[in-house]
Design a binder for this molecule. Structure first.
Ligand SMILES: [Zn+2]
Length: 251
């Protein structure tokens, strides 16, 4: 009898793990260690998530900073482009999951910005609610919050050294998820990603509130953009049309 209970307990405990394995098995294959969205916009795989480097006149702005707190891939790409770490003017974080901000503290001169609601999560004042987030925060020590971290309102137009970024609040994947629009490239983090020949939101195990994530995407309809640069798959071309198709199919 006890043995049966034990077997049931083991199976129940293993279910989330099996679900995660299934998720990873079906995930979109990333573009590779380095991908160019357009001239001056390069993504590097930085410990399981893309960090994007946007060149400005005198340096660079990063969108997300990966899970590697030593930032090896980001620093190598900056060096290849002739940019010093202190010439990074800002790190724009799409959301407060550790695979998107761990390297941000390396850039001492940069403003580090995060969406409204995720500052507390990064500082550890607020628990992670997504199943995956809970597992991450139990199996690993979360990277320390970047010292210069500041919270956005979620609707700003930011300018760094001639490069303009429009902030778009897309709550759902995390409470403070934001996207950043730079020219015709939309940096989406985990709130909208390439999936097969279209786009999709993150699986619900990875998100705090998938329905809210989906509903928030309406804010993108009036915007002009052509490409997505996301957190895990890479670049999506013809993205506006693919978003419209995704919204129409899922409504
Ligand atoms: Zn995430």
């Amino acid at each position: 009898m006890k043995k049966k209970i034990l077997i049931v307990l083991v199976v129940v405990a293993a279910l989330p793990l099996l679900a995660l394995l299934a998720l990873f098995a079906t995930r979109e294959k990333p573009d590779g260690p380095r991908v160019e969205a357009e001239p001056g916009v390069v993504g590097v795989e930085a410990g399981g998530a893309y960090a994007w480097i946007v060149r400005t006149t005198h340096g660079a702005v990063l969108v997300d900073a990966g899970l590697d707190s030593k930032g090896a891939a980001i620093l190598a790409e900056l060096q290849a482009q002739g940019v010093e770490p202190d010439q990074v003017q800002a790190v724009l974080i799409t959301h407060g999951h550790p695979d998107h901000y761990a390297g941000a503290g390396l850039f001492k001169k940069a403003k580090v910005l995060v969406g409204p609601g995720d500052l507390a999560m990064i500082r550890g004042d607020k628990a992670h609610h997504a199943v995956f987030g809970k597992m991450m925060s139990t199996v690993m020590t979360l990277p320390p919050a970047p010292p210069a971290l500041t919270e956005l309102q979620g609707d700003e137009l930011l300018e760094f050294d001639g490069a303009q970024f429009k902030v778009v609040a897309i709550p759902g994947h995390s409470p403070g998820s934001v996207m950043y629009l730079y020219k015709d490239v939309l940096f989406t983090g985990d709130s909208l990603l390439r999936k097969q020949d279209g786009v999709a939101i993150s699986p619900s195990l990875m998100s705090e509130d998938s329905e809210r994530n989906f509903a928030s995407l309406r804010a993108l309809e009036p915007l002009r953009f052509d490409k997505l640069a996301d957190g895990h798959a890479g670049v999506t071309l013809d993205a506006k049309r693919k978003l419209a198709r995704f919204l129409a199919a899922t409504r």
